[in-house]
Design a protein around this ligand. Structure first.
Ligand code: HSE
Length: 304
């Protein structure tokens, strides 16, 4: 009898403006992974569909590297796997495609290496590899999560937030923006006074979000100073999307993760109209309503 593991791994959006590197939401677009122990003691990666064709199929594959990391950390051996993947999450667009693959790698190492990791140990490992929890935590848990990774002590802190009852519209440009390039434009440090101000904006935004005061939360999301002012120039369509969204009284328009996808939070009565308008006006982008994923990653064992 052969044993396979099937994973359905959500996408995610990080930052929500001022929540840079800490806040994220899981989204209902998925990476699908199927894995079984390989017959020939070699690793095999099969990528199906459009989104994954540029990925490596050797030891540079992120899933392979994550499995290696966990093998070392927990002193176990994971047998070489035959992995088939297909994805609805476009690469290098700020929708957490790497975080989804990273979490998939942790699940595979846990299952085939019989690690018995708790969900929290998974989030700790994922955060240590990624450097921040904003994408990986919602991918694991679903919903909206705020977190902090202390890279001096290697500790991870996670807090759950009730997801906002708004509609989300994503506007996905046809061009890629690699996270590495998008982080290159950020300053190394901030003046104390600026950091105090941005963190006050962030605290108040989160408090407003928890109280479902989307008008205030949205206003504060757009006041980010940690990353948006530096990244906007890398996303030529950002200003236009934001200004059209304002016509539909959107609560906020922010960069999704490291970009270039643009995320708009809007009242459900106006989201459809906004999407139709954006798709009419922007040639280089595709807009759609996307729902919040509440379950996080789902794993299913299949026996044949
Ligand atoms: N918070 C991260 C960033 C998300 O904005 O760079 C992508 O890793």
């Amino acid at each position: 009898m052969s044993e396979r593991l099937k994973l359905k791994v959500p996408a995610s959006t990080a930052n929500l403006g001022v929540g840079f590197d800490s806040i994220g939401l899981a989204l209902n677009k998925f990476l699908y992974v199927e894995a079984e122990i390989s017959d020939d003691q070699k690793w095999h990666f099969h990528h199906k569909g459009e989104n994954l064709h540029d990925l490596p199929t050797d030891e540079n594959h992120l899933i392979y590297q994550v499995v290696q990391f966990l093998e070392k950390r927990f002193e176990v051996t994971v047998p070489p796997l035959k992995i088939t993947m297909r994805s609805e999450i476009p690469l290098a667009r700020g929708l957490g495609s790497s975080a989804s693959a990273l979490v998939a790698g942790i699940y595979l190492a846990d299952f085939f290496g019989q690690l018995q990791l708790s969900e929290f140990e998974m989030v700790e490992a994922a955060t240590e590899i990624e450097g921040h929890p904003d994408n990986v935590a919602p991918v694991l848990y679903g919903g909206m999560v705020s977190g902090f990774y202390n890279n001096h002590t290697n500790e991870t802190y996670i807090s759950f937030i009730e997801p906002p009852r708004v509609n989300l519209v994503i506007t996905v440009p046809s061009y890629e923006l690699k996270t590495h390039d998008s982080r290159q434009v950020l300053p190394d440090s901030f003046k104390h006074g600026d950091a105090v101000q941005y963190s006050a904006i962030s605290n108040t935004m989160l408090s407003a979000l928890i109280q479902h005061d989307y008008v205030l939360a949205g206003k504060l999301m757009e006041m980010d100073g940690f990353h948006e002012p530096f990244r906007q120039k890398l996303i030529p369509d950002f200003e236009k999307v934001k200004s059209i969204a304002k016509e539909y009284k959107a609560y906020a328009t922010v960069i999704s993760g490291a970009g270039p996808t643009i995320l708009t939070l809007i009242d459900p009565s106006k989201s459809g109209k906004l999407v139709r308008r954006l798709n009419k006006e922007l040639d280089e982008c595709s807009s759609e309503i996307i729902t919040i994923n509440k379950s996080g990653i789902i794993a299913e064992k299949v026996y044949e």
